[in-house]
Design a binder for this molecule. Structure first.
Ligand code: HAM
Length: 419
């Protein structure tokens, strides 16, 4: 026998059973996006490598070690997208969407990062995200955050997810803070782990994101960026807080929240849960006021977020009692002729009732095994077509989930029953 080929590590098949949850979740989220006036954009899963190195930052885990990068047949360096913000900004610039205009956009799809796979962390994972471009004032920050809060509410997850909020200030603020941070960590150099020593010279803010338990005391005593905000950043942050307070949203200020991508300015936020172990961040985002200009556009303020669908599905699944049924109706036939008539009846029924989920029994099988299948797929009705029914131009309807007597009906009556 030929050897079986396995999927690539960290890249999962999503089977029909679990996709019922995905569909329910995606439709809730998409509805809310529309409710807030966000429009969908679809972006390629591959971009020029330079797009990511220029935006996400050369000295980030994502660009340093996690990108799937290769040369195409032309010798051009391409990368599978590790995230979609850079691609979204590229697309806006390429199509002139930011000329005297603001944009509220959302996207969904697979992202790729060569991380060490574990529960909640994959090499191909799915995000739904949104980007609001061309808005400067903190009302849009509040809108974006309230929209994410509404996702959790609609999915029944509010009590499991906490909002953490920080401001990373302007580029100038961060440059100043970075110096203070380097000084602080240098004065405790012997307490730094290897990773932090490396980061100290390259990207010291990332030390704050270290998960090493031995580093936590040092990190807790490090200077807080909030003490270094200039007037504009401070005002932006405080106004955002006023909006969120007025909307009654709970959040925790976390001055160590630095995010894993370098393009952030001012507002940064993450929604985290304790239910998923180490991979507890279900959604992350923030402002990136310098990114559009960095990619060759006019200076344009912007903010956005993305959520990891695998993680949210995991939370959502635990809340649901059982998987919904796959079908409303299962059509059972007896004999060659009935199978032929059943096929035609199914076609007619689907046309008459486009929302109906009808499974026609295909292939052989006695009544008993067909009824078993009807039951297993969760159908409410079994339609039965045998010699007698055909002779009378009728169909028998058996109620599988209710104590009701079996019916014998014409096609017109059947459509009414199933409506
Ligand atoms: P991010 O924090 O890198 O931000 O990713 C957003 C979310 O994607 C994370 O909070 C997590 O739920 C999920 N995620 C990330 N990596 C993995 C993985 N390896 N496996 C499973 N889930 C994962 C961004 O991607 C930014 N583009 C968000 C953004 C949009 N900022 C502004 N606009």
């Amino acid at each position: 026998m030929a050897q079986l080929i396995q999927s690539i590590r960290g890249m999962n098949d999503l089977l029909p059973e679990v996709l019922t949850y995905w569909h329910a979740l995606e439709s809730v989220i998409q509805k809310i996006m529309m409710n807030y006036g966000y429009e969908e954009i679809r972006l390629p899963i591959m971009e020029s490598t330079e797009l990511f190195s220029r935006t996400i930052g050369e000295v980030t885990d994502v660009v340093e070690k996690e990108m799937y990068t290769f040369l195409d047949r032309n010798g051009d360096s391409l990368s599978l997208r590790p995230e979609a913000t850079a691609g979204c900004v590229r697309a806006c610039l390429e199509h002139g969407l930011l000329h005297n205009a603001t944009q509220r956009l959302w996207y969904s799809g697979p992202m790729f990062r060569y991380e060490r796979p574990q529960k909640g962390r994959y090499r191909q994972f799915y995000q739904i995200g949104a980007e609001a471009l061309g808005f400067e004032t903190p009302d849009i920050d509040a809108e974006i955050i309230m929209m994410t809060a509404q996702f959790w509410e609609a999915l029944g997850l509010t009590d499991q997810i906490e909002l953490q909020l920080n401001s990373l200030g302007s580029v100038a603020v961060r440059r100043n803070y970075r110096e203070q941070l380097v000084q602080y960590f240098k004065s405790h150099q012997s307490a730094l782990d290897e990773d932090s020593k490396r980061r100290l010279g390259l990207n010291p803010l990332r030390i704050l994101d270290s998960k090493n338990p031995e580093m936590q005391g040092l990190i807790a005593n490090a200077p807080s960026i909030l003490d270094y905000l200039d007037e504009a950043s401070s005002k932006h942050f405080n106004t955002l807080r006023q909006y969120l307070d007025a909307a009654g949203l709970n959040y925790k200020i976390n001055p160590r929240l630095v995010r894993g991508l370098d393009y952030y300015t001012d507002t940064a936020f993450e929604w985290v849960t304790e239910q998923l172990g180490a991979q507890g961040t279900v959604c992350g985002g923030g402002r990136y006021n310098g990114l559009v200009e960095q990619l060759g556009g006019q200076a344009t303020p912007a903010i956005g977020f993305a959520m990891g669908l695998e993680r949210i599905v995991e939370l959502y699944k635990a809340k649901q009692a059982s998987v919904q049924s796959k079908a409303d109706v299962y059509l059972i036939t007896d004999g060659e002729r009935a199978r032929y008539e059943g096929f035609l009846l199914s076609q007619k029924l689907r046309k008459a009732l486009p929302d109906l989920q009808l499974i026609m029994h295909c292939g052989s099988g006695g009544f008993k095994s067909q009824f078993k299948k009807a039951d297993k797929c969760g159908a409410r009705f079994a339609l039965i077509l045998g010699e007698d029914e055909i002779a009378q131009h009728k169909v028998s309807v058996k109620f599988l989930r209710e104590e009701k007597e079996q019916l014998s009906v014409t096609f017109e009556e059947l459509v009414n029953v199933l409506k």
